[in-house]
Design a protein around this ligand. Sequence first.
Ligand SMILES: Cc1cc2nc3c(=O)[nH]c(=O)nc-3n(C[C@H](O)[C@H](O)[C@H](O)COP(=O)(O)OP(=O)(O)OC[C@H]3O[C@@H](n4cnc5c(N)ncnc54)[C@H](O)[C@@H]3O)c2cc1C
Length: 312
Amino acid sequence: MIREDLASSLLPYESDNHLNWITHIPGRPQNCGMDEVSICFAHSRNCFPLDNKDLTRMYFEGRDQATMLAEYIKKRVPGFENSFLTTTASLLGVRESRRIVGEYRLTAEDIAFCRKHDDVIAISNHGYDIHNFVETGNIKWAPIMLNGEVQYVISNSGGFGTTTPPPDGKPVVNAKGQTAEYAEFEPNRCYDIPYRCLVPVRVENLLVAGRNLSSDVYAQSGARLILCCLSMGEAAGAAVCVSIAQDISPRKIDVTALQKELIGTGCNLGQAMRHIKDFSGVSLGYEEAYPNPEHRSHAVTIQNRSNEFTRK
Ligand SMILES: Cc1cc2nc3c(=O)[nH]c(=O)nc-3n(C[C@H](O)[C@H](O)[C@H](O)COP(=O)(O)OP(=O)(O)OC[C@H]3O[C@@H](n4cnc5c(N)ncnc54)[C@H](O)[C@@H]3O)c2cc1C
């Protein structure tokens, strides 16, 4: 539909090649599921978010696109005939800008191979999700050396939904090199965020939590998701408490003490699914992680369905 409407100029230009998200409007939960939706469709590209000129352009583009897309949706999306634009975000959202250089740099390979780290302070299962910098679409793969050649690896079945395909007509594959028809992903796949990603190499008494963690561009695109940022923030806050209690800089704290603190307050560091080195404090077995057998079987069913889907 978007392609047709661009050709006929009903849609003046392409802000994205797919409708991204429809959710309730932040801060208005009372209207959730009723007559208001928030649509994430506007996009600025070719941006350098540290440049004031680009930032200003992004504000103009975003507001223009909001009006343009609201009119378009009203004309073209059934059910929206009487819709109108109620509000737009007060501030610009930027998915990526500065990243700190930390004691460890999370990499595309960490995500592809679900690498585990002894100093885990958060986990995530979100795959690569780069909003294409120069043209419309999303990049859900990373170029990784696999079996002696560069392959375009996705980290979970969501990667098959890439709207920007790899170069030269190459397929996307999973970390075992399996293409869409054969790819399977084990249940409970997740990768670790090591504490070292929050600890800057050069600045003392500073922790960095969120989308500016120490990472390469591919790893950042997975780890920048809200849940993971929240977990990193929680860990940074707890690390500061440990640092004060131990009277040493956050760089030098006993990470096992931090992990104990986090798990003790209900954080999931994947402790139910693997052994964390030097950690013998509060631990949960798989059974306790899913105390309700119905939920446990649902988790398995969902994973199997996802594997079946990828083979279609
Ligand atoms: C349009 C858009 C859609 C997204 N959709 C999703 C989604 O559907 N799901 C998902 O999981 N993630 C989504 N993300 C990603 C996610 O929202 C962000 O990566 C995440 O919120 C980043 O959290 P953060 O705490 O690192 O940074 P931010 O949320 O950017 O927080 C940084 C805060 O610091 C404040 N600040 C900046 N400078 C200063 C200063 N000098 N002094 C004081 N305060 C300052 C800012 O105002 C801001 O409040 C989306 C991002 C964007 C832009």
